[in-house]
Design a protein around this ligand. Structure first.
Ligand code: 0L1
Ligand code: MG
Length: 263
């Protein structure tokens, strides 16, 4: 159930998308709309998605956010969220990320699942996800909350497309049956120094649990993950702030590495 009118949803979508496109900060929207609900927050996110599609952008994937205790405690929220990935968010492996197009980016070590069968909640579990997975591959997300100093609550962040802004994928694809996804280690380096380390189980106990949660959350809106979906599972480690000129390299146990540079 929502408390906002269609016009307010439309204005808030405009407000947040303009902040993304213009790379400027705004205050969290629940300051001005304290009665907004989670349904309102998702309606705003889906309205931003609709606007991008209407302008000819393709939605190329989905991401889960706040799926690890490290991230939840870093940001002071207690439930995961999801967002969409638009075509222009994608950066090639080893590529350059324009820092001036972003506000205060941070990077996250993630994994991506690519599916070969549809997943539709409710009731989707890890087994369903593994059966429906075509392959798993490394991914790095660049998040960039449009909120001042990354200060928000869960409703505000959902409306802001869960801080989605850029992502890089690459390394080696693998059949999930070949991997122990819980113990799969990641090492993140910035400018040659190790800044974070982690293992797959940091994400909801098992990376596939994140995809199951996404299918179940989408199911609440009557949406599904079609076959061929690209889904990022959320950060395995805390997010790391990056400056213009920083270079990163994230190593994934047995799956190669992903690098990039902020210019
Ligand atoms: O991908 C993420 O985990 C980010 C979700 C939104 C919260 C944040 O901006 O840290
Ligand atoms: Mg993320």
């Amino acid at each position: 159930m929502g408390n906002l009118t269609q016009q307010q949803i439309s204005e808030l979508a405009n407000h947040l998308e303009n902040a993304e496109l213009g790379a400027y900060e705004v205050t969290k929207i629940t300051n001005d709309f304290p009665d907004m609900t989670y349904d309102d927050a998702f309606d705003i996110q889906w309205e931003i998605r609709r606007r991008k599609e209407q302008r000819g952008h393709k939605i190329v994937g989905m991401k889960m956010g706040l799926t690890s205790w490290a991230k939840m405690s870093q940001m002071g929220v207690e439930h995961p969220c999801y967002g969409f990935l638009a075509d222009y968010f994608a950066i090639p492996e080893g590529g350059e990320i324009q820092h001036d197009q972003l506000i205060h980016p941070k990077i996250e070590a993630e994994l991506a699942f690519v599916t070969k069968a549809p997943l539709k909640g409710p009731g989707v579990h890890i087994g369903d996800v593994l059966r429906a997975t075509d392959f798993v591959m490394p991914a790095v997300e660049v998040i960039d909350s449009r909120y001042q100093d990354f200060k928000f609550d869960l409703k505000s962040v959902i409306a802001d497309n869960s801080s989605s802004s850029r992502f890089v994928t690459g390394g080696r694809m693998a059949d999930p049956a070949e991997l122990d996804l819980k113990t799969l280690g990641v090492v993140m380096e910035v400018n040659g120094e190790v800044v974070e380390v982690g293992a797959g189980a940091a994400v909801l106990g098992h990376p596939a649990a994140s995809v199951a949660m996404l299918a179940n959350m989408l199911g609440e809106r009557g949406e599904e993950l079609p076959a061929g979906s690209f889904i990022m599972i959320g950060a395995i480690t805390a997010a790391v702030h990056v400056n213009k000129g920083d270079a990163f390299c994230v190593h994934y146990q047995g799956l190669g590495s992903i690098s990039g540079k902020f210019v």
